[in-house]
Write a protein that binds this ligand. Structure first.
Ligand code: ADP
Ligand code: MG
Length: 187
């Protein structure tokens, strides 16, 4: 079952079908986390930005600094490069996920193995408007985002005032209260 609620606005349609939980008539704002720890990591991030900008009906409207970060979870792997971008899109959350997965698979030939393991490119949807959605293959806001410095730091570059719809706190406040020893260094 899809659970789909809007935190603040009631002028968007509410429906158990998540595809109706966005407005095709207006531009929707989403934040996407980019991560790479195989190959030329910085070039991979640049390529991903270009590919995302080519998704139909989608414009890149913001890009964070790039960071080198220590791996989280599965530690025995190379450091990551991470960034976050903001897009304006007419795609639904589900179609956006499909487009991002197509880039991971077809452009970056991503092989899926160890969870949190090495990857040429990981593209995660962090926020989509102020949507809260939980379906089998898509959870928004991304469930790990409030615990990960490698996500919050770059997100804070471009969206310090964006409100996380579940906690109702803004990104800069969540980042300020984060306790973690992850290394996140601007490159
Ligand atoms: P992870 O990013 O957790 O390391 P993957 O990139 O392999 O792992 O993604 C695993 C699954 O996570 C995907 O198949 C996708 O369906 C699901 N998923 C759930 N929520 C999201 C989200 N907000 N953004 C991207 N993928 C998501
Ligand atoms: Mg992912």
């Amino acid at each position: 079952m899809h659970l789909c609620t809007r935190a603040e606005h009631d002028f968007f349609s509410f429906d158990l079908n998540m595809e109706l939980c966005f407005n095709r008539e207006v531009e929707n704002t989403a934040y996407i986390a980019l991560g790479s720890n195989l190959g030329d990591r910085e070039m991979n991030l640049l390529r991903a930005v270009t590919e995302i900008a080519r998704i139909p009906g989608t414009r890149v409207t913001g890009l964070s600094h790039f960071y080198e970060t220590s791996p989280v979870g599965f530690k025995d792997q190379p450091p990551f490069n991470n960034a976050v971008l903001r897009i304006s899109t007419g795609l639904s959350p589900g179609d956006l996920l499909l487009s991002l997965q197509r880039i991971e698979d077809e452009v970056f030939k991503r092989k899926r193995g160890v969870m949190n393991g090495p990857r040429t490119m990981d593209l995660d949807i962090l926020l989509y408007n102020d949507l809260m959605l939980e379906s089998e293959n898509l959870v928004i806001p991304h469930p790990e985002m409030t615990r990960r410095r490698f996500v919050l730091q770059p997100l804070n570059d471009i969206a310090p005032d964006a409100v996380h719809p579940a906690s109702r706190r803004n990104i800069s406040a969540i980042l300020a209260s984060l306790e973690s020893d992850e290394s996140v260094t601007k490159i």
